[in-house]
Design a protein around this ligand. Structure first.
Ligand code: HMG
Length: 383
């Protein structure tokens, strides 16, 4: 029996800023953001749109009435939780209308949380083949106005349905995991923004990738030639490329060209969104699946997941025949094309206008699953 990703879709908030505008406002050469960081646009959300809003919209795109009856586990991976106790997945479970006899919980380890959720789901379906598990990776990546990390912000969610005999990507039992206690990026309790050592985070990302890549190849007797493509956690699109280039030195020019061409296909959406934290690897996977033209049944895709702090995992999956019919390419392209561009002034206003959950209030926002009210600290959502 195979187990893996049967359905997958992302959601991003309806606003963005252009990185040229941000560069001008910050007195930086725009090429630093477009070429040096590799980002063209950055997703921005209003205070009435949170990680629950993104998660519910992403999941709503892929789930049918039959899925809602068969899902028996809802997992959310996030590092932008709205509650220290109650899991986002419990709210999501109600908003989506999943049948009641389900397990719902949230997982945290920086950007790695989505992958932890995916692997948990795969183990569950392997033991209970009739189960369907909803895994959602949802986050708001914020470092603060004028901060070093500002050009690497973003927001959104990826929803995946994990089942037996999946119709998009089977996931192999070949994970190589790595844990290292490193303070490259962390957010102490009570801090609105993360603390980040940018250069250390870049170094740890590359070093972690090299370690799990080489160990995985040693364990499974594979080389680059066994992979049709590699998809990376994408905090900004230049990051994955730097890690990828670090293992290509001994490869032939043809092999380098082949794998770099797939990498370019995997970053097309992220260039327009920015960092989704837990969802970034999976936006990369969606971009690859929706843009690469010569993927065939059985082709092996390697996936590198990285969460600061730091946990990394390299694992792989195989393309399922007919996977194209189960993607949502048109929906994703419309979602990105229909966003409203903000001026930097509007972005800064939205950024400063935080949701105050200590004051009861009502809000106007037409977006499905947006926040309509705060009462006694509890958020109500449009359903
Ligand atoms: P910075 O100091 O603003 O930028 O920090 P820089 O000076 O390092 O320049 C960036 C690149 O732009 C360099 O390229 C420059 O040469 C180039 P590189 O040498 O690295 O290849 N550049 C130019 N290129 C063309 N034309 C120009 C020009 N000027 C400069 N005119 C940094 C950048 C990413 C560190 C910062 O934005 C940051 O701290 N971001 C947040 C941390 C981050 O994203 N780290 C990534 C790895 S950690 C991770 O992935 C986990 C994470 O997702 C969190 C989690 O797990 O939860 C972040």
């Amino acid at each position: 029996m195979t187990v893996g990703i049967d359905k997958i879709s992302f959601f991003v908030p309806p606003y963005y800023i252009d990185m040229t505008d941000l560069a001008h406002a910050r007195g930086v050469d725009p090429n630093k953001f477009h070429i040096g960081i590799g980002q063209d646009k950055m997703a921005v959300n209003a205070k009435t749109q949170d990680i629950v809003t993104f998660a519910a919209n992403a999941a709503n795109t892929i789930l049918t009435a039959e899925d809602l009856e068969k899902i028996d586990m809802v997992i959310v991976g996030t590092e932008s939780s709205v509650d220290e106790s109650k899991a986002t997945s419990v709210v999501l479970h109600r908003l989506l209308g999943v049948q009641p006899f389900a397990r719902s919980f949230e997982i945290k380890e920086a950007c790695y949380g989505g992958t932890a959720g995916l692997q948990f789901a795969i183990n569950h379906v392997t033991l209970h083949p009739e189960s369907r598990v909803l895994v959602v990776a949802t986050d708001i990546a914020r470092y603060g106005l004028n901060s070093g990390g500002e050009p690497t912000q973003g927001a959104g969610a990826v929803a995946m349905l994990i089942t037996k005999e999946p119709r998009i990507l089977t996931i192999d039992d070949d994970s190589t995991m790595l844990t290292q206690d490193i303070y490259d990026f962390w957010r102490p309790v009570g801090h609105e923004y993360p603390m980040v050592d940018g250069p250390l985070s870049n170094e740890t990302y590359i070093d972690s990738f090299q370690k799990v890549w080489h160990e995985s190849n040693r364990r499974h007797e594979r080389t680059l030639a066994d992979y049709k493509a590699l998809a990376f956690h994408i905090p900004y699109t230049k990051m994955g490329k730097k890690a990828l280039l670090s293992i290509l030195e001994d490869e032939t020019p043809e092999e380098q060209e082949r794998i770099l061409a797939r990498y370019e296909e995997s970053i097309l959406y992220s260039k327009q969104i920015g960092n989704l934290y837990t969802g970034s690897l999976y936006v990369g996977l969606i971009s690859l699946l929706e843009h690469a033209e010569d993927l065939h049944e059985g082709d092996r895709i390697g996936l590198f997941s990285y969460g600061s702090g730091a946990v990394a995992e390299f694992f792989s999956g195989n393309i399922v025949n007919g996977y194209q019919e189960h993607l949502h390419q048109e929906h994703h392209q419309q979602l990105l094309a229909q966003r409203q561009q903000l001026t930097i002034e509007q972005y800064e206003q939205l950024f400063a206008d935080n949701l105050d959950t200590s004051v009861d209030a009502t809000f106007e926002d037409d977006l499905p699953f947006s926040i309509t009210a705060i009462k006694n600290t509890v958020r109500s959502y449009r359903v």
